[in-house]
Design a protein around this ligand. Structure first.
Ligand SMILES: N[C@@H](CCC[C@H](N)C(=O)O)C(=O)O
Length: 258
């Protein structure tokens, strides 16, 4: 079997993209997806995304983590998929697509994609962390000395120890200005730190606002892979019109024999 693929990255969170409008891709082959994402024996990526036809939207997003399992929403992946849909001429400047967490609207200008995320209704605030779901589950914790922090060790400990079987993504944050935060994320399903996480920085922006670390509703997030912006409206503790904005780029394309 021959698989045509495209490789995209959004602030260093990288994805194998496959046009599956023909529905030929073997979606239940966990081993294959894991192999394609392998950085030594495959193409290498944090996740794999299928673009499929959708009855009520421009297209459908199907997201798999690098471990080969289908997972919840990926914000950077969603932004990259909008760029891929434009490349395929499925959309022009605007998109509406269905993902596992519902309908997403997006606009693309050059390589900048602004993606609407789901409304966030429940934010659980604790003494030293916040837990919320921005399409995927996120633990947000402020730390000192983020640059030297052992994200993989502490992220893995919390991911497995605190959140049980299904786990959570774990974000470590340090404030860098009144409305600027630096973020490093341990992603479940990759089981390592990634260069950036879109649902993660969205969670961080809302968590820092809830914790009154900022009163801004347009927040800049610096990740190891680059800069993202998150904006939202606070409607009595329900966060609406949540947008994630940043670059999404095609890196290369190729063919794999399987
Ligand atoms: N990198 C993603 C998040 C992908 C999903 C996550 N690993 C999970 O399984 O919860 C993003 O940009 O949001």
């Amino acid at each position: 079997m021959t698989i045509q693929f495209y490789k995209y990255q959004g602030t260093g969170n990288d994805f194998v993209m496959i046009d599956n409008r023909s529905m030929e891709f073997p979606k239940n082959n966990t081993k294959l997806i894991n192999h394609l994402c392998d950085r030594r024996f495959g193409i290498g990526a944090d996740g794999l995304i299928l673009l499929e036809n959708d009855e009520s939207a421009d297209f459908k997003m199907v997201y798999y983590n690098a471990d080969g399992n289908e997972s919840t929403m990926c914000g950077n992946g969603g932004r990259c998929l909008v760029a891929f849909a434009k490349f395929l001429r499925v959309i022009d400047k605007e998109a509406a697509f269905n993902a596992v967490d519902g309908l997403h609207n997006a606009v693309i200008e050059g390589d900048i994609v602004k993606l609407q995320m789901i409304d966030v209704e429940a934010v659980e605030s604790f003494d030293n962390h916040v837990f919320l779901n921005t399409g995927s589950p996120h633990h947000v914790q402020q730390v000192e000395g983020l640059e030297r922090f052992d994200v993989k060790k502490e992220g893995a400990r919390l991911r497995y120890g605190k959140y049980g079987e299904s786990g959570s993504n774990i974000n470590f944050v340090e404030q860098a200005g009144t409305d600027i935060f630096s973020v490093r994320t341990y992603e479940r399903g990759v089981e390592d730190e990634t260069f950036s996480c879109g649902t993660g920085v969205t969670a961080v922006a809302i968590a820092m606002y809830v914790k009154e670390k900022t009163d801004a509703t347009q927040i800049t997030l610096n990740t190891p892979g680059g800069q993202l912006k998150v904006s939202f409206e606070d409607r009595d503790g329900v966060f609406e019109n949540v947008f994630l904005q940043g670059p999404a780029k095609q890196v290369f394309k190729g063919v794999v024999e399987w």
